[in-house]
Write a protein that binds this ligand. Structure first.
Ligand code: GLV
Length: 330
């Protein structure tokens, strides 16, 4: 029997490609070319599976143009790049990579928050530019993280991992807001208190965003929300571009309506709002929150596990729309 054909949309660990080749005819992308919609459509012709890097838009139109496609294994925990209902309607299984990146992403979120609070990037630029000529009592003074109030918007796995760091490691008071409230025993174990969104914005010294992107969370933080925050507060986004109105954030940072921000994700990335690039009080990183070598390898392995299981009659470990599997078995 011939092997199923799959596309690996972007460059990937050679060991993972090798593993995929044991099961599939693999078309890979060693040049790591970013595939636009026509290129993706063309390369997906007659492919049963796609290992996507998370940035590709999987739309109803693409699915209609690629009728052989059975599985989209996204190498990311977020899957807002994929029209999941359209996939489900066509019997296309979607999988993501939860759990394996939780702690690594929480580490980075915490680091970004600390870097914003303590003006780490600004301080390094100051030093590298040769401006450090003497000690001064208020040189690059920032705000404390320990003992401060940590606000978490979105309290899934990554939010909870950030809460644990804040409460256990830094003695922070942890407030959160989420679509659904956690069970009381989970709240107690985390030392986290549920508040409404307005209270979260008003009380947080350091607000961290870890909610999924959807139409409902588009511009969840805009001018009105920023106006509720403390002028001394920091805002950190390790979730998705588009959750924050980047123009409104730049205006707030410029006007001192909040003190600083740490951003790993942007509206329209890899482009970054020109005003953010020009501001000193924002730490900017290129969407690398999950990027420890070990975790990226675990994400690639999990995406491959899903692809292999789904196309060889196994049980995919982390499906997003498992109803597709149930329907196929019925
Ligand atoms: C990265 O942004 C992810 O969703 O895993």
């Amino acid at each position: 029997m011939s092997k199923p054909a799959v596309l690996v949309s972007r460059a990937l660990f050679p060991e993972v490609l090798e593993r995929l080749r044991r099961h599939f005819e693999v078309e890979d992308n060693p040049e790591d070319e970013v595939l636009d919609a026509p290129a993706l459509r063309q390369r997906l012709q007659a492919k049963q599976g796609l290992l996507a890097a998370g940035g590709e838009r999987i739309s109803a139109e693409l699915l209609a143009a690629c009728p052989a496609l059975r599985v989209v294994a996204n190498m990311a925990v977020g899957y807002n790049n994929i029209d999941v209902p359209a996939c489900t309607a066509r019997g296309v299984l979607v999988s993501n990579t939860p759990d394996v990146l939780t702690e690594t992403t929480a580490d980075f979120g915490f680091a970004l928050m600390m870097a914003a609070a303590r003006r780490m990037s600004e301080a390094e630029r100051y030093l590298r530019e040769g401006r450090w000529t003497k000690w001064r009592y208020d040189l690059l003074t920032g705000s404390d993280v320990h003992g401060a109030t940590l606000g978490i918007l979105g309290m899934g796995r990554i939010g909870q991992a950030i809460a644990r760091r804040g409460a256990a490691g830094f003695g922070m008071r942890v407030l959160y807001h989420n679509r659904s409230r956690l069970p009381p025993d989970t709240e107690a174990a985390l030392g986290a208190q549920y508040v409404d969104k307005a209270a979260l914005l008003a009380q947080a010294d350091h607000l961290v965003l870890v909610l999924p992107y959807s139409a409902a969370s588009h511009h969840a933080i805009g001018a009105a929300e920023l106006a509720l925050m403390k002028p001394t507060a920091t805002l950190t986004n390790v979730a998705r571009g588009g959750i924050v109105d980047d123009g409104a954030l730049a205006a707030a940072l410029r006007a001192g309506r909040i003190a600083a921000a740490g951003l790993d994700v942007f509206e329209g990335e890899p482009a970054v709002h020109a005003e953010l690039l020009a501001l000193p009080n924002v730490v900017l990183t290129p969407h690398i929150a999950s990027a420890s070598l070990r975790t990226r390898r675990a994400m690639a392995d999990l995406a491959a596990d899903n692809l292999i299981a789904a196309l060889t009659g196994g049980v995919p470990p982390t499906p997003v729309n498992p109803e597709v599997l149930a329907a196929a078995r019925a």
